[in-house]
Design a protein around this ligand. Sequence first.
Ligand SMILES: Nc1ncnc2c1ncn2[C@@H]1O[C@H](COP(=O)(O)OP(=O)(O)OP(=O)(O)O)[C@@H](O)[C@H]1O
Ligand SMILES: [Mg+2]
Length: 361
Amino acid sequence: MDTTYLEQCVANIKVRNLVNEDVEVENQSPLTMIGKGRQGAVFQVTEDICVKVFGNNEDCEREYYALALGQHTNLFPKLYHKGPLHIAMEIIRGVDLREYLQSQPLSKELSVKLIEMLITFKEIGYERIDHHKRQIYLQQDGSLKVIDVARTVWRDRVYPYPRKLLNSLGTENKEVFLAHVQELSPVLYDEWIHYIRMEEIASEIYQVLLESPKKNVDMVKALSDKLLTTNDEERYVILMAGLMHKVFKEQWVKTMLARGEETSKVYEKIDEYWDKQKREFKALKENQGNDHGGDSVDPIDAESQKGGKKKGKGKEAHHDGGKKAGNANSKNKGKDTKKQEKDKSKKKKGKYSKWLTFGLM
Ligand SMILES: Nc1ncnc2c1ncn2[C@@H]1O[C@H](COP(=O)(O)OP(=O)(O)OP(=O)(O)O)[C@@H](O)[C@H]1O
Ligand SMILES: [Mg+2]
């Protein structure tokens, strides 16, 4: 092929992409246009070669890449030349399936060829294992050829079954094709039906969500308070102590292990330290009296019991802490009676403020 001549012709063809429309073409070359779509326009160059001129470079690269993946098979036009905005390729003859199926039935033989086509797509690495019937050509020898493959590659999301092919066949031929697939490969048929069903359910759910947005929004507005954790100070302290415990432990372990300490010793030290904190907290609570009733929860105990791992040790420490708490209690009482009187008269809200400060440190 004379590429210089081709380049000259292409230099005189301007193709512009439009939104949701076929490309706009300005052809001042001697070539005849044989077709166009949203990505490009196709011109006859020789008896057997055409050139597709694209509106943008990315579509051109993508189509070239996809066609290149299948060059060792018989399914795609042969590639001859590539420029930044054009690809010269073999002209595909025969009749496309849209036209063919208008007058002919979808035979089992044709269904077999379509399944083989999908298998080839998969084998050569296409992400979208699917194609519209009008881009599939039936040749005189009965084989299939496929054009316009840019959208089969460089994709993130694809339908996991050949949705476009099935839908493009129309209701009747879709049923015929699925019946052939069921007979030829029941497992594949089951998988496709599964995905079709999933899609139907997804679309039903979408309708349900679409129809009741106000109800849902109102419900969320009314009930989202249940997810808040900072309004109840006692609960907040428990959660904050738990958070501190987790962060502290994680950071300490990292630091100690980075320093080459032994894992078991590091955990022992952490437990010792945390038990000490628990004892202090216990002492503080008892020191403040039982003004919040007998059902109070030690935040640190609550956290360690939830974690489960140190449950036994936690209990022990709690007991031990109780003894020391007594000392701390009497000590503090003597020291700070005035302050405690003041604290008691305060609302329950400020009760854990010291521990909040500790927790936030
Ligand atoms: N290799 C080819 N041989 C013969 N005709 C071709 C060939 N490639 C494309 N055509 C013709 O040109 C038309 C447009 O080509 P094509 O479908 O590849 O364009 P497109 O812009 O990528 O389309 P789409 O908008 O579907 O992506 C085809 O419908 C077909 O008629
Ligand atoms: Mg295309």
